[in-house]
Ligand binder design. Structure first.
Ligand SMILES: C[S@@+](CC[C@H](N)C(=O)[O-])C[C@H]1O[C@@H](n2cnc3c(N)ncnc32)[C@H](O)[C@@H]1O
Length: 226
């Protein structure tokens, strides 16, 4: 996980067509909301000056759910990482429309960003909603939630920081549970173990809506740093 030449990615760079409005947002709004990372750690306290806590969302997709959370919790600073440019462009427009000041975006591979830019003990929460399930066995190695990834993520949490995952793919849900339960510094937030009841404050995501239409079950997992 620390090898910069890593070739297995959890995403395929889709060249989804940018609409005119998304292209303009990337050109004109990036300076307000975007962070161009280098190989140096970010100073998140400076990035989110007035915010009381900082939550990282990896793979926000079209950003609808992240925008709604940021509106609902103006005292939380949200750092969103997504590689899909049309999604980033769309979210930039939403952030500007709602004049939100508590969101910053990075358009890079989250693994690289965690390796180089996120300081130890800096995140109150990490949320990864409906990460690509990679259903074919030969693609399982691409799944984001693996022991090495969680080893990279956990030190970035504050002493009481939480990881919140959700998926609608039962075998991936089981994999997530196994990986998180095996981590010595994580404790399951579900009172009786297993999956967590869907938190009402988690907005429905686009991917989740698609799964609902297909009749997929949804699994939430909430683990806290011990
Ligand atoms: C299945 S979509 C879910 C999007 C959104 N969370 C939702 O529920 O609608 C997964 C998203 O994660 C993004 N993604 C996957 N791996 C990533 C990585 N390593 N870094 C940043 N984004 C990633 C993909 O580009 C994609 O938009």
């Amino acid at each position: 996980m620390t090898d910069k030449r890593r070739t297995i990615h959890s995403f395929v760079r889709r060249q989804g067509r940018l609409t005119t409005s998304q292209r303009r947002a990337l050109l004109e709004l990036w300076q307000d909301y975007g962070i161009d990372v280098t190989d140096q750690p970010l100073v998140l306290a400076d990035v989110f000056g007035d915010c009381q806590s900082i939550v990282l969302e990896i793979g926000f997709g079209n950003g609808d759910s992240l925008c709604r959370q940021a509106q609902a919790h103006p005292h939380i600073g949200y750092l969103g990482i997504e590689v899909y440019q049309p999604g980033v462009g769309r979210l930039l427009n939403q952030l500007a429309d709602h004049q939100l000041t508590n969101v910053k975006l990075i358009c890079e591979d989250a693994v690289t960003v965690l390796q180089h830019n996120i300081p130890t003990g800096s995140l109150d929460g990490v949320q990864i909603f409906f990460p690509d399930p990679w259903p074919k066995k030969r693609h399982h190695k691409r799944r984001l939630i693996q022991p090495a990834f969680i080893d990279l993520l956990v030190p970035k949490l504050t002493a009481t920081g939480c990881i919140h995952l959700a998926t609608d793919w039962p075998p991936y849900a089981q994999q997530m549970l196994t990986v998180l339960e095996a981590h010595p510094q994580l404790v399951n937030g579900a009172a009786e173990g297993g999956y967590y009841p869907r938190p009402t404050q988690r907005p429905l995501t686009k991917f989740e809506q698609r799964g609902e239409r297909l009749g997929h079950p949804v699994f939430d997992l909430l683990f806290q740093r011990a």
